[in-house]
Design a protein around this ligand. Sequence first.
Ligand SMILES: Nc1nc2c(ncn2[C@@H]2O[C@H](COP(=O)(O)OP(=O)(O)OP(=O)(O)O)[C@@H](O)[C@H]2O)c(=O)[nH]1
Ligand SMILES: [Mg+2]
Length: 629
Amino acid sequence: MSVLDSALPPRIALVGNPNCGKTALFNALTGSRQKVANYPGVTVERKIGHFVSPLGRRVQVIDLPGTYSLRARSPDEEVTRDVVLGRFSHEDSPDLLVCVADATNLRLNLRLVVELKRLGRPIILALNMMDAAEKRGCRIDAAALSAALGVPVVPTVAIRRGGVQPLLEQIDGAMAMASDAGENPPPCGWSEPSSRDLRAYHQEVEGLLAGCVADAGLPPLATRRVDAVLLHPVFGLAFLFLVLFLMFQAVFAWAEAPMNLIDGAVSGLKDWVAATLPDGALRSLLTDGIIAGVGSVVIFLPQILVLFFFILVLEATGYLARAAFLLDRLMGGVGLHGRAFIPLLSSFACAVPGVMAARTIENRADRLATIMIAPLMTCSARLPVYTLLIAAFVPDRPLLGGLVGLPGLVMFALYAAGILSALAVAFVLKGTVFKGAREPLLMELPAYRLPNPRDIALGLFERAKVFLARAGTTIFALMIVMWFLASFPGAPEGATEPAIQYSIAGMIGHALEPLLAPIGFTWQIAVALVPGIAAREVAVGVLGTIYALSESGDALQSSLAGALAASWSLPTALSLLAWYVFAPQCVATLSVVKRETNGWFWPAVMFAYMITLAYGASFITYRVALALL
Ligand SMILES: Nc1nc2c(ncn2[C@@H]2O[C@H](COP(=O)(O)OP(=O)(O)OP(=O)(O)O)[C@@H](O)[C@H]2O)c(=O)[nH]1
Ligand SMILES: [Mg+2]
């Protein structure tokens, strides 16, 4: 499509090396809030946005995954190649390429620019991170660079207000020139560069650096000193484990006060509704169905936010890529690629972005192995289940003179169980189905950066929105359905048990009971497990509803944890914890695995192996606990 074709807005694409700030630029141009983080491989699919240029032109802009060359090696890089070359779902190549380069690392970044220039398409070079380059004392003569390259060069600071203004103006200029020229830009001619081409690119870049850049600058001394410790095989690992350990302690310690507040508000609301409405089905639906169900999920918002706070800070500082290096050897021991670390760490938040992040892994077998174990990482939806059971069964005993709490320690152990079993599964997979030589980890270490409080706040806000939206839609709807299933039909004449025993949910639970009795699950758990497949935290909501409905008379149990502690045995609770370490995947994860692997085979394998592990682990846990306790 040409810019003259006024029916469609002109399209520009942001192309550049990983972690050079393309998405930050995209957000600054379009006002979107795509994920920006300080490690290579954050963006793995193309994203489209719009903005209106200073001259009033509506422009479409495409954010792309980072790449070092159009010789794409991994699925995310293929997306970039296909968009740039116009091979993507029958789209033409973009009208204008905005090459984004990290001004602090031009030697590497300019290589892609030189390669892209050979396409003969209209190009603008955005020298991003100019603030960091200036701080390092690196002086770049943009005018000389522009003259030498033959393309417009503009400095940008994507994270500063007004930092993209020069780019906006330049885009208008380029569009006007293209309109004046009055013809379509030439089609892309690209062929895989030979080794001679690569040498030529290298020489051209050296020439450009010599002519236009003074003091290309090494990473600052402070960075090297910090890295000497944080990348140290012993001190570095010790630091990493300390960080993760603190994270789990904080999930309990920091979240306690706000959780109590939410708990108070939920029970206040429940009491108020109970006191205001006459006894009947509506009152029960509101108090036992909706408030008890949704309330028992919403209460976990503070914990989820504390967990995300840690992950966001780790992502923003640049520590994450270093942790990947530290763990490379450990992961190599079980045959995993070092690049698997970031997908696996993202899976602590949710397996869906984790599975997608595996696109940065070149080798298909390595990528599949990573995808298959990603859901064993404890996602944040499992947090409510763990916390609930810990609150009910683990005494809040301080250890080591109050330094650590037992609940935090148990939580840490549950996360560790997930990680260790993931490593074990990877070991088996890599030794059997995914055999292959191990490739070394090549990854650029990002510069250390202070987290931007605004970014962290926005990230947490987005998380809270997603969580509350789920509670207000999926979970809300499932709770209403569950309340009906758990309330009808009512108890027969002269029944002695609570009415729920005779309801449809009761019948389903009792039907599943024989299957789950060997692992110590009660019929209530059986009822909770089924909708728990839609979204794990729903299991907690369902238990909230079931126990609210199971209470005799009007005595509303104040806490679900208290109700569980009174009615489950410790072996049952331990068995359910073991179940959730391996719990079969939620629907969202299975469908993203289907999309990423192009078929139902791998999601089916995943479901089967996880449910087998879950049943086995629960069985062993339950039997051992029965024997010992
Ligand atoms: N100091 C400074 N930091 C920046 C600038 N632009 C982006 N950053 C930071 O650089 C890091 C990477 O930014 P992203 O926008 O995620 O980079 P990307 O090019 O989209 O990375 P990938 O999606 O992984 O290819 C983040 O920590 C940003 O906050 C800038 O102009 N100056
Ligand atoms: Mg990006």
